[in-house]
Design a protein. Structure first.
Length: 537
């Protein structure tokens, strides 16, 4: 199964105000279908003051006026279904916006019906917010502090309050009744906080509270309640799990506490950084391979992996793990390296044409709260140039520039000036140009998706990695009922002679897919970022 993720604000502007919207999504559904996609994940489209672009929700049952209204949403949903695809929504219930009516009520005092919907304390603990400063903000009106793991404008809901859980179930039902097929559940492993909210470790800036709110004491009970609702509708639930480990993921995905169908983990997104993309180191292929293989081996036969390299929270993968110089080569190689693993493929808008990171001159031109606060919070004694270089490597805004549809004005995203800067490389990198180019990244994505779907071995086969010590080659097999596939990916900028594993030497092989047109299948000299997919008998 293949998902396509849409971050609507930057996908396609359908009504000509410079902001991507659901009219634009409606227009582009055939394009999405043409990729071989089975389902769409829509990032939050609800009313939101946009402190965190939609992840701060002020009304769970409506559509942001920038994006359209419930009517156009229903049309998008119906057309998605007509085209044979499913649609899932983002369920963001760890926190709301501080402009949500529940919060506006809650802050009024300790004796209103919503007073216990959020986490209020007279005395804050030492937790840091992931986005800015301390995780507690004093509210003058109520005369207490409220908890916000993310920005000040994203107060955490008190999930220990059964009424809050009822609200969540009501929200799920509302969208499921409308025909939605499931949810991507935002930071879902954060929703149950440790009793007493103990102080965190002071030497872990930003994440010092994490051990008290990640996988908290009642998480399985609460998720079991939500699972009941999901079961009534037979819908899919995919949880986002920052810092999740294989061990904890298996608790959510298997056994008596099974409450999610799949989980987004982050290990493989840290091959060039430590726990946040803002603290980076040179790309380390061994680290990437280790993360891939760990999840592949551990979930095999037990649960289904989510396979992704990009989303709205990570900079563009070519700029990170590939090479902007070898743009087509590395963009296609990266596609092959993850899609043929075991699991469900996710493609993020623009990834399929190899969009790259944006480099704006001034921090004031950035929009994402975490980029801006990182800039102002860490390494403040470095030069501005050094700090901007960090932003170029780490900013979430790199994945939020307008989708590059064509080489025409505003990249074909909008008739008017877009809400956010278009990457100047749109004249070279865009959908229209790649449609007409048989060997483009776009067409390679199509081939990968199609090939995977056509083969039981590439879908269900056992995964095994070869030569894990190599700093240039990532090689793995997928084996199922006598069918063997070998996926070989070079991460080198130079030619590399590739050796086959012993058991493959001399076997009859067929080159089914590669990113160097006209390759001789028996010549094992790989060009820069070359990828090949062989079938063996
Ligand atoms: C998730 C979202 C991210 C958001 C955060 C807070 O990580 O993917 O975009 O900022 O949660 O809601
Ligand atoms: Ca618009």
């Amino acid at each position: 199964m293949t998902f396509y993720q849409i971050w609507v604000r930057s996908f396609c502007d359908g009504n000509g105000d410079g902001i991507g919207d659901l009219y634009g999504v409606y227009k582009k559904l055939e394009y999405i279908k043409s990729l071989g996609v089975d389902a769409i994940w829509l990032c939050p489209v609800y009313p939101s003051p946009n402190a965190d672009y939609g992840y701060d929700i002020s009304d769970y049952r409506d559509i942001h006026p920038d994006f359209g209204d419930l009517d156009v949403f229903r049309k998008v949903l119906a057309k998605t279904h007509r085209l044979g695809m499913k649609l899932i929504m983002d369920l963001v219930v760890n926190h709301t916006s501080d402009e949500h009516p529940w919060f506006l009520e809650s802050r009024k005092g300790r004796d209103n019906p919503y007073s216990n919907y959020y986490i209020w304390r007279d005395k804050p603990n030492n937790w840091d917010s992931l986005f800015e400063g301390k995780a507690w903000t004093y509210d003058e009106v109520r005369g207490q502090y409220y908890l916000h793991i993310f920005s000040k404008k994203q107060p955490d809901l008190n999930m220990d309050n059964p009424e809050v859980r009822e609200e969540v179930k009501g929200i799920m039902r509302y969208w499921l009744d409308m025909g939605v097929d499931g949810f991507r559940e935002d930071v879902i492993n954060f929703i149950s906080k440790k009793e007493g909210l103990p102080d965190g470790l002071p030497f872990l800036p930003a994440i010092n509270g994490m051990f008290a709110y990640k996988d908290g004491p009642h998480i399985h009970e609460y998720l079991a309640e939500f699972r009941e609702v999901a079961k009534e509708y037979d819908c899919i639930q995919i949880g986002e799990g920052p810092m999740t480990t294989v061990k904890t993921a298996l608790m959510y995905l298997t056994g008596k506490n099974k409450s999610l169908d799949m989980m987004f983990s982050f290990d493989h997104m840290m091959a060039d950084c430590f726990y946040t993309e803002y603290i980076h180191h040179p790309f380390d292929l061994k680290k990437l391979k280790k993360a891939f293989s760990k999840w592949q081996y551990s979930l095999n036969g037990k649960a289904w992996n989510t396979l992704y390299l990009e989303n709205h929270d990570h900079p563009r993968v070519i700029s990170r793990y590939g090479s902007e110089k070898f743009h087509r080569e590395s963009g296609t190689m990266l596609a092959a390296c993850y899609i043929f693993q075991q699991g469900c493929t996710f493609i993020y808008q623009g990834q399929e044409i190899g969009m790259t990171n944006i480099r704006l001159r001034d921090i004031a031109e950035y929009k994402d709260i975490s980029s801006i606060t990182n800039f102002n919070r860490y390494h403040v004694n470095d030069t501005i140039e050094q700090r901007m270089r960090r932003i170029y490597r780490s900013s979430r805004d790199s994945s939020r520039t307008p989708m590059q549809w064509s080489g025409r004005r505003n990249a074909g995203f909008s008739r008017v000036k877009p809400w956010f800067t278009v990457n100047p490389n749109y004249r070279r990198i865009n959908v229209e140009a790649q449609e007409n180019e048989p060997d483009s990244i776009l067409n390679f994505y199509r081939k990968c998706v199609k090939l995977k779907k056509s083969s039981a071995a590439l879908t269900y086969g056992r995964y095994r990695e070869f030569f894990p010590g190599s700093r240039e080659i990532y090689m793995y097999e997928r084996v199922y009922k006598g069918h063997r596939w070998l996926i070989i990916c070079s991460f080198a900028k130079h030619n590399v002679i590739v050796q086959l594993p012993k058991e493959y030497a001399g076997a009859e092989k067929k080159l089914i897919l590669g990113n160097y047109p006209g390759t001789d299948p028996d010549d094992m000299c790989f060009g820069p970022y070359e990828a090949r997919v062989y079938a063996f008998r």
